[in-house]
Design a protein around this ligand. Structure first.
Ligand code: MN
Length: 198
């Protein structure tokens, strides 16, 4: 039976310090992300069993719950790999991505400002995402509510930032803007560039 599994981090738990502490990263990865994986798997197993037994299920609520946990799993997996220890990821986006950001936003600084504002202003729990529309060849910043990935099939997700409180509360308490500011030190531009090139 194919089920979801928690990916290992591509760096050590201490490697994103001081921007994300070891304790914060451990809880976020080992507890929160793991919980989405476990819940998605439990729901799939419940669906399998109900189909086998011919039992009735509440399709609407089950599928809603399933997409929430799968969304959490996919977004966290993207998030871990678009982070890297400071000094191991390049200062700014280059190549195809650098050109696209320059064309769309006028400058990297303008892009950074708009993405920061998107992240800081997410209502409640959610994400900021840099996406790329393959129909218009334009990068676009989007907000994601909870884990509801309202990114369309023609869009590719290049970079995400988790702004749920569980992502930063141990390190920054209620100061989300400080966490968003710290995020810019640990973006893995090599990975984000690679996603743009694909
Ligand atoms: Mn999270």
């Amino acid at each position: 039976m194919n089920l979801y599994s928690l990916p290992e981090l591509p760096y050590g738990y201490k490697d994103l310090e001081p921007h994300i502490s070891e304790e914060q990263l451990r809880i976020h990865h080992d507890k929160h992300h793991q919980a989405y994986v476990n819940s998605a798997n439990a729901i799939i197993q419940k669906l399998d069993k109900a189909r086998k037994d011919g039992a009735d299920i509440d399709v609407k609520s089950t599928l809603k719950e399933l997409s929430f946990h799968i969304g959490g799993h996919i977004l966290h997996s993207l998030f871990w790999s678009n982070l890297a220890p400071k000094g191991k990821s390049g200062e700014k986006p280059g190549g195809v991505l650098g050109d696209a950001i320059e064309r769309e936003f006028g400058s990297f600084d303008r892009f950074r400002k708009e993405f920061t504002q998107a992240a800081v202003s997410v209502e409640g729990s959610g994400w900021a995402a840099l996406t790329f529309c393959r129909q218009t060849n334009r990068p676009m910043i989007m907000q994601i509510e909870k884990h509801n990935i309202n990114v369309y099939p023609a869009f590719r997700i290049l970079m995400v930032l988790d702004v749920w409180e569980h992502a930063y509360y141990l390190d920054y308490k209620n100061e989300r803007a400080k966490f968003v500011d710290a995020f810019w030190n640990i973006v893995n531009w090599n990975e984000v560039n690679k996603r743009a090139e694909e």
